[in-house]
Design a protein around this ligand. Structure first.
Ligand SMILES: [Zn+2]
Length: 288
């Protein structure tokens, strides 16, 4: 009888421990669910001219504060990207792209400037770049020889392109090489969702980056029906970006990221995770 009573007591203690562990795990799950979703910022400029808005450690602290755990980093000139890479930050995944600009005016002329093609080739020698961009190109200007050379160089070296372009220019870039992989900066701005859907359907190696993209939410912050449908149809084709091209974007960085989280929360969690960081991982995470 003594033995039986002890067995019951130890069994009930065992049960109590199990219940306590299960409760603790449940509490941890809840904490996890309440934590903000990790964000990959696929349009981050850390411009070095005229001068950096933040020091490197301030940029890293800002990203950490807003739980941005990965960035597609570019800088004009590329010095800013070198500085971020040299910092080897813990907990931040940097995907560096070669910016084909030294100064802002290069935006207007890079696509006809052989010097820029040299710059791209020189930068590539560092060995860590995953793409070229963001570059600006509009309409038939994309037909130029130096643009074709840039697309061919990217394809040859397994680099992505980050193109701020209208839909016509994207089509011309794709015509230069059907093997081109393009991150479409701003996803056509105000282009209709039907046209965006047609582009994504026609070009399986095109991904839409959503900074400055209009129409995703209505005036009250609710995801619009057409964008919900687009995200549900192409959950693996979208990326988020801050586009810190001017100081004001750095100043409002937290609001930009919070704005993304507000509409991500209205999507099914699996799709939200893909857009927030999963798609970036799928694109840039694989070993080369
Ligand atoms: Zn930009």
């Amino acid at each position: 009888m003594m033995f039986f009573g002890q067995a019951i007591r130890s069994a009930s203690r065992y049960l109590a421990v199990l219940i306590a562990l299960a409760c603790a795990a449940g509490a941890m799950d809840r904490v996890k669910a309440d934590e903000p979703i990790d964000i990959f910022d696929a349009h981050l400029h850390y411009n070095w001219e005229p001068k950096p808005y933040y020091q490197v450690d301030e940029v890293l602290a800002l990203l950490k504060k807003h739980r941005v755990t990965g960035i597609l980093a570019t800088s004009r000139p590329n010095t800013g990207t070198h500085a971020l890479m040299d910092a080897k930050p813990q907990g931040l995944w940097i995907v560096p792209f070669i910016r084909p600009y030294r100064v802002r005016a290069d935006i207007q002329t890079w696509f006809g400037d052989p010097f820029i093609f040299d710059l791209v080739q020189d930068e590539f020698k560092s060995g860590y770049y995953r793409g070229i961009g963001e570059f600006h190109i509009s309409g038939k200007a994309a037909e130029g020889d130096w643009v074709k050379k840039t697309v061919d160089f990217a394809v040859q070296h397994d680099l992505y392109l980050h193109a701020h372009a209208d839909d016509l220019a994207v089509e011309i870039l794709m015509r230069h090489s059907p093997r081109a992989r393009i991150v479409w900066a701003h996803t056509g701005f105000g282009l209709s969702t039907d046209r965006v859907a047609a582009m994504l359907s026609k070009y399986p190696k095109l991904w839409g980056e959503l900074s400055y993209r209009g129409g995703i939410v209505d005036g009250s912050g609710t995801l619009t029906a057409e964008w919900r449908a687009l995200f549900e149809r192409y959950p693996d084709r979208f990326l988020l970006g801050s586009d810190t091209w001017i100081n004001q974007r750095w100043e409002s960085y937290g609001e930009i990221i919070a704005g993304y989280r507000a509409w991500l929360a209205q999507l099914p969690p699996k799709i939200a995770a893909q857009i927030a960081h999963g798609n970036a991982k799928a694109l840039f995470g694989a070993e080369r």
